[in-house]
Design a protein around this ligand. Structure first.
Ligand code: FES
Length: 315
């Protein structure tokens, strides 16, 4: 039987299916709870039972003191809910709450997105998954070559990570299918503010769509009805490599929409993007080439958007 779980003090809640660990359920719902090994060794996923009962799913070598166990502390990766639950555990609010991790990952697949870009899918070991926030980056290196790339996938699947790499580039040589690559991260302050209930408005171009795709997917994994709108700035005569993905999200999701505009119409499109929302009442995310970040920043400030409400990242 599925049980409802509420986290304190954040107030986030999610469903826990039978035989799914509380950690896996929280992550699948896009909640950035703390964890490390996922198998009962490190103790990082500890939570305190405030109300309700838990059921052990697997053995753990991590030991709580008798006093902690009596106070209700347990490991979320080793337990499922046995009733509706209230738990005391923190949820990361920003990049400072997540420590840097070093993980050996395997290149599972390299898929062309169009003639110029490829999607690189890497997978972590089952017991060393990457904890990160939507919008963050990672350093990937192999044989003395290294590159910093935005993670283009959702933190709700922390084992299967995607990156967008220019086809035929030096960076692409790093990602031969089957190769082992050293990953270090996450990096960067350009992250989804999952604690804000304001509409999310995005402006992206080129490879800036990679971190924005992560944020869009993460927004959808949270059980929310917050609208997300994207302005996609396209090069003249070229369809963006993520256009099909954006269209399928728009068809499938009630809360996501996007508009397209050429670079020359940026100012007009930025004014149109908020629709019925006042620009200053939304959270803005801007990612793309330097010229886009600079131009959009000036335009947003002209629309009364405070610097705190406009997250920007050059890609
Ligand atoms: S994540 Fe390491 S003990 Fe649960």
């Amino acid at each position: 039987m599925t049980h409802r779980v509420t986290l304190r003090p954040s107030g986030h809640d999610f469903d826990n299916a039978p035989d799914e660990s509380l950690l896996d359920s929280a992550l699948a719902h896009g909640l950035a709870v703390d964890y490390g090994c996922s198998n009962g060794n490190c103790g990082k996923c500890r939570a305190r039972r405030v109300q309700g009962e838990v059921r052990r799913l697997r053995h753990s070598d991590f030991g709580f003191s008798a006093a902690d166990a009596a106070a209700g502390w347990f490991l979320m990766c080793c337990h499922a809910a046995a009733s509706d639950l209230e738990l005391d555990t923190g949820v990361a609010r920003d990049h400072l709450d997540i420590e840097r991790q070093d993980i050996e990952v395997k290149v599972k697949r390299v898929t062309p997105l169009d003639g110029q870009w490829t999607d690189v899918h890497v997978q972590t070991p089952r017991t060393r998954r990457l904890r990160f926030l939507a919008g963050q980056w990672a350093t990937l290196s192999r044989d003395g070559q290294r590159v910093d790339l935005p993670i283009a996938s959702c933190p709700c699947d922390d084992r299967n990570l995607h990156f967008h790499v220019a086809a035929g580039s030096d960076d692409a040589r790093l990602f031969e299918p089957g190769a082992t690559v050293a990953l270090s991260g996450p990096l960067g302050e350009f992250v989804l503010d999952a604690h804000s209930a304001r509409p999310r408005l995005m402006i992206g171009a080129g490879a800036g769509l990679a971190p924005l795709a992560s944020i869009i997917e993460h927004s959808q994994s949270l059980d929310e009805t917050i609208p997300v709108s994207l302005l996609l700035i396209e090069d003249a005569g070229r369809t963006h490599y993520l256009e099909n993905q954006l269209r399928s999200w728009r068809d499938a999701l009630d809360t996501f929409d996007y508009i397209r505009a050429p670079r020359e119409q940026l100012a007009d499109a930025v004014r149109r993007l908020p629709g019925d929302t006042a620009a200053a009442d939304a959270d803005w995310y801007v990612a793309g080439p330097d010229w886009l970040v600079e131009s959009a920043s000036g335009m947003l400030s002209g629309l009364g958007v405070s610097p705190d409400a406009a997250r920007r990242r050059a890609v």
